[in-house]
Design a protein around this ligand. Structure first.
Ligand SMILES: Cc1cc2nc3c(=O)[nH]c(=O)nc-3n(C[C@H](O)[C@H](O)[C@H](O)COP(=O)(O)OP(=O)(O)OC[C@H]3O[C@@H](n4cnc5c(N)ncnc54)[C@H](O)[C@@H]3O)c2cc1C
Length: 492
């Protein structure tokens, strides 16, 4: 234990902030997490209304080993906090009213499904997954824990050799399409990068590691929802001694030369030795730092490719819907067109794809008896104007498609309905252009090409979260917090 306990302020209580706080507190630092909202968990907050508990953000629990590794650092395992269920089917892809692909949890059954859809594809899938497994093991055990500050981190012989095998600089779309021709199989393999990152053609083939995670390791659900997971992170941080302050919006900093000497939040000042900014990087850089201390310009941020924003509906339905599964991907429209609407034309989509999550299929605690908890997410370009009439238009359009598929009325059974989109992300999280998942993992925005985890101009400012390394998603956010904390430890 340290005797002179340095004080660190962590801005934001998302997964990256809570994990950074726990690590630093366990190393004897006096840690204060400052969160602007009244709830913890950042984008993984819960919304409780009319007996329903909605996960406001994440719903796909992939890469369970990342969570487990984190819990193990503190002598815990995930089951000390929540029950993890493997979903089977992992998810369903809906290509038309009577055209549904249930993606089985068992890999041999998945290979059989591929073979049925495209002759010869089972063998190709096995090979694709072997490569993806290699990337997953090398990537998730080693590469993602690098701070991405310098190319020399990747110059170890085995890693340099791996750059080719890991396909960091070649396109995911080409990787998939050179092996599979059936559009359904292509959609199935490309959807994770589209929903969580960028256009498949601009995403490194490295990210087939996500296919390995989702299709081979499996899709899981934490009973009680993601808020339970965030609460486990809170508990660990507090057990290690971190103090968490809600309704504490950080507004500015006090300075001693080029170091931050104090953090101003909620009318008081916390004297600090270091700061981890785990709120959106752009907000901290461009809105909290004086111009002379910013590493990146407004032009730089404008030119970044952001992962999508989204239009979300949280619905409490007073009956059960037989045809819906836990995870339902409505891919009954052209995936290319929607991708173009998001990334190229940056406009509201004409014929959108969307995702429907019904956690009450697995977890009776998230809805009153006999009811269904429904979360609908439609990915959209960042920065769009989301007036109420636009939200209403998409609500009708989406509900018509869900009802046609389900073969029953749903909308008239809604006893609770709330929408959430671009302007809410800006208001609630200070999200640049209302992004939902941070900076996209494109070919030009991976590893050392991301905004740096350590400020170049402020000596004691570090960043964590989905706009820096390793990228968007809960597992990367957990890793990011640990990497940022390690950088603080190195610096003191
Ligand atoms: C709708 C949606 C669906 C998603 N689905 C999935 C999924 O299925 N699986 C998955 O793995 N990931 C998913 N993600 C992504 C994942 O949720 C995020 O990548 C991750 O939670 C981000 O964590 P973070 O710590 O980087 O940031 P955040 O969770 O955004 O935390 C940052 C915190 O900083 C706070 N803050 C901002 N400004 C200030 C300030 N000035 N002072 C104090 N506090 C401030 C914010 O209020 C926020 O609480 C989804 C995200 C969204 C939005």
């Amino acid at each position: 234990m340290r005797t002179n306990r340095p004080t660190v302020a962590v801005i934001g209580s998302g997964f990256s902030g809570l994990s950074a706080a726990a690590i630093l507190a366990s190393n004897g630092f006096d840690v204060h997490v400052l969160e602007k909202n009244s709830q913890l968990g950042g984008r993984a907050r819960a919304l409780s209304e009319h007996g329903f508990t909605f996960d406001m953000g994440p719903s796909w629990y992939w890469m369970p080993d990342v969570f487990e590794k984190y819990f193990n650092r503190f002598g815990y395992t995930a089951s000390d906090f929540y029950e993890l269920k493997k979903l089977d089917p992992g998810f369903a892809v809906i290509f038309g009213k009577d055209d549904v692909m249930d993606v089985p949890a068992d890999f041999d059954s998945l290979c059989a499904l591929f073979e049925q859809t495209e002759a010869g594809s089972a063998e190709k899938l096995r090979k694709f997954m072997d490569e993806a497994e290699y990337k997953y093991n090398a990537g998730m055990n080693d590469l993602v824990y690098k701070p991405g500050l310098s190319i020399t981190e990747f110059m170890r012989y085995d890693l340099a050799k791996d750059v080719f095998r890991l396909q960091i600089f070649s396109s995911f779309s080409k990787h998939v399409r050179s092996r599979f021709k059936n559009p359904k199989l292509i959609s199935l393999l490309e959807f994770p990068v589209l929903f969580l990152g960028a256009a498949p053609k601009d995403t490194p083939a490295l990210y087939s590691l996500m296919n390995y995670s989702g299709l081979k390791i499996g899709t899981f659900y934490p009973m009680g929802g993601f808020a339970k997971v965030a609460d486990a992170f809170r508990r660990i941080a507090e057990e290690q001694g971190a103090k968490i302050h809600t309704n504490a919006t950080v507004e500015s900093f006090g300075w001693n030369g080029n170091s931050i000497s104090g953090v101003n939040a909620g009318g008081s000042t916390l004297p600090v030795n270091a700061v981890i900014g785990s709120a959106d990087y752009h907000h901290i850089e461009q809105e909290l730092l004086p111009e002379s201390f910013r590493t990146y310009s407004k032009k730089y941020w404008d030119s970044r490719v952001f992962a999508p924003s989204c239009l979300i509906f949280y619905l409490g339905i007073n009956k059960r819907i037989a045809k819906l599964r836990h995870h339902n991907l409505f891919f009954d429209e052209d995936i290319e067109q929607h991708t173009q609407d998001i990334y190229t034309d940056k406009q509201w989509p004409g014929k959108p794809l969307f995702y429907v999550c019904v956690p009450s299929k697995t977890d009776s605690s998230v809805a009153p008896e006999g009811c269904e908890n429904i979360f609908i997410l439609m990915p959209i370009a960042v920065g769009l104007t989301d007036a109420p009439e636009i939200r209403d238009h998409y609500y009708s359009l989406i509900m018509k498609r869900i009802e046609a598929f389900a073969g029953e009325k749903i909308s008239e059974n809604a006893i609770f309905k709330k929408s959430y989109s671009v302007s809410n992300f800006v208001h609630d999280y200070n999200a640049y252009k209302g992004n939902a998942y941070g900076l996209a993992n494109t070919l030009r925005q991976t590893a050392i090409l991301k905004p740096k985890i350590r400020s170049r101009k402020v000596s004691n400012l570090f960043y964590a979260g989905q706009l820096t390394v390793p990228g968007p998603g809960v597992p990367p956010a957990i890793i990011s917090g640990q990497v940022a904390a390690a950088e603080v430890l190195k610096s003191m």
